[in-house]
Design a protein around this ligand. Sequence first.
Ligand code: F6P
Length: 321
Amino acid sequence: MKRIGILTSGGDSPGMNAAIRAAVRYAIYYDMEIYGIHRGYEGLIDGEFEKLDRRSVADIMQRGGTALRTARSERFMTPEGLERAARNLDTFKIEDLIVIGGNGSLTGAKVLSDKYGVNVMGIPGTIDNDLAYTDNCIGFDTALNTVLDAITRIRDTSSAHERTTVIEVMGRKCGDLALYAGLTGGAEYVLVPEFEGDINELCQKIIESANVGKLHSIIIRAEGYSVSSVDLVEQLKERTGRDVKLVVLSYLQRGGSPTFRDRMFATECGVKAIELIRDGARNRAIGELEGEVRDFDLGEALSVEREFRQDLFRGVDILSK
Ligand code: F6P
């Protein structure tokens, strides 16, 4: 009987549980054994394996976080850690491993496959949306909705006090959360790592907005932007003479019940991973392209370069004038 391992790694993202549930129940449906590995690559190194059955994944789909728990593993990046991880898979006779995570996690999976021949199926799970081969990542939609909800609330109080508010969002080196939330939340400006932006232009815009009677300005700053939030707020205060507040959304963005879109995509990814393993496919990355869930060669997928949506960036400016 085929034995599969499944783990979640890196930052958790809402919807990971739906992917785990789908993979576990489809694996059992196709007469395979499936082992949950706790705490990502840390648990892989320490041998924290648990055989899962249909009931193990009951009542998890609607929850954020990950039932398998997660970690960022420094040890997995060392040759010793990698070897221990591979040895544990060997001991449990697991030849196929499903990894749900972001860029770093899928890159780690590829190393395991290159060096030790483990067959890996990568599922994109990260609120950062920083995997270029796929149009969507599990958790991105829920996080966006959380950010939008925050913008709506902050806008109310910013208007009441005629303030400028800088909202810092996550994303690591990727500005997608900031860009998409800025566009659909009606922000005046977004600052993202992919594009230097111009703080003079931003100050000008804040002043002009106030002059035409706008009661507030909302600026979305991606955490990876070159100027820190605190420095930015100071510069804006000084150069515009306005009252400027900072709201850092931080880990709020990672929690919460997943949206329909995240549950659906995650479920399809979990099913796809199992069907690929059943069909003997090797080292694939699952993702979404043109609205369809598809699979790609893992190595090729990880080498795709991200394209920044300049059109959306311009759209934020044009729409908020
Ligand atoms: O990878 C997702 C992410 O949420 C990033 O946007 C953020 O920088 C990071 O995780 C923070 O994660 P932690 O502090 O849990 O390592």
